[in-house]
Design a protein around this ligand. Structure first.
Ligand code: FAD
Ligand code: FES
Length: 265
């Protein structure tokens, strides 16, 4: 199990309840692939007892740096939001499967909802170094403008970018899925990559299946061990039984998930 230590270089408040952490961690920076995550011990001792999974948003091996975007939702992420520069972390990572990396110059479409933008920024960033470069289109949705966290970092790495907000405060009004179907019709990409809440991913998976476009999804799930031992992160598989988000995922081909069973839990 890849265990490492990291030092917090900076913690920047991005919007209300969202923080961008820059960590000094050579082991993760040198080995991370887009779509992978770290499993971070956020406190000393046993409070909280379990590590917290967080996606790698960017990795700069030459500077030994890794960036992580944190949305505060509870005890663990709340603690991280108070940490000062120089805080030392014990972490596992990089963990999990990554996105399949686009090959050639064909168009791909990235679909992000809220904090789900983090692993897609890493994917978009990695395509910038590819030769030939894929043509990257993106749809980024949220409740309000404030929910479009780090949208400038995302847009800067894409060739085309559509923002969507439910309240219409930025970009188009509605849900990312309202924009997705017409985008697939207009110019079908070779693959869709999506990360966001389960309901959004279920809808993206259905729309892509109807359009015959391959789709990968990155799943968020409560985690215990993070390394395949506790089954705490298991989600229903379309093959019957369950798949573990921490080891078989977090990135899955959308057809691997039993969306009906997942959404009825
Ligand atoms: C592979 C993966 C990558 C992730 N990447 C990021 C990321 O880049 N940035 C980020 O901010 N968050 C990310 N998350 C979600 C993050 O791990 C949880 O928000 C965090 O563990 C919550 O811890 P907490 O102690 O603050 O909240 P808790 O006090 O444990 O819980 C607060 C609320 O959040 C819910 N919750 C807890 N864990 C999860 C979870 N894993 N998924 C969904 N809901 C959860 C609980 O049910 C509860 O309602 C990721 C999760 C996974 C599995
Ligand atoms: S978190 Fe323990 S098996 Fe995935």
């Amino acid at each position: 199990m890849p265990r490492a230590h990291a030092t917090l270089i900076s913690r920047e408040r991005v919007t209300e309840g969202h923080y961008l952490l820059t960590l000094d961690c050579a082991e993760v920076a040198q080995n991370a692939r887009p779509g992978q995550f770290v499993h971070l011990r956020v406190g000393d001792g046993t409070d909280p007892l379990l590590r917290r999974p967080l996606s790698i948003m960017l990795s700069q091996p030459d500077r030994r740096e890794v960036q992580i975007l944190v949305r505060t939702v509870g005890r663990g992420t709340g603690i991280v939001a108070t940490h000062d520069e120089g805080t030392r972390y014990d972490l596992l990572g990089p963990l999990g499967s990554g996105w399949s990396i686009p090959q050639g110059d064909e168009p791909v479409l990235l679909v992000a909802g809220g904090i789900g933008v983090a692993p897609l920024i890493f994917l978009a960033d990695s395509t910038r170094m590819a030769d030939p470069q894929p043509y990257v289109r993106a749809i980024f949705g949220g409740l309000t403008t404030e929910s479009l966290v780090c949208w400038t970092e995302f847009a800067a790495r894409c060739d085309e970018f559509i923002a969507v907000t439910e309240d219409g405060s930025t970009g188009e009004t509605g849900l990312v899925t309202d924009v997705l179907a017409p985008e697939l019709d207009r110019d079908p990409p070779v693959r869709v990559y999506a990360c966001g809440p389960d309901g959004m991913l279920a809808a993206v998976a259905r729309i892509c299946a109807e359009a015959g476009v391959p789709c990968e999804v990155s799943m968020e799930q409560w985690m215990g061990c993070g390394v395949g031992a506790c089954l705490g992160c298991a989600i229903p598989s379309s093959a019957g039984g369950y798949v573990r988000v921490c080891t078989e995922g977090p990135v899955f081909d959308a057809t691997q998930i039993d969306w009906e069973r997942l959404m009825s839990r």
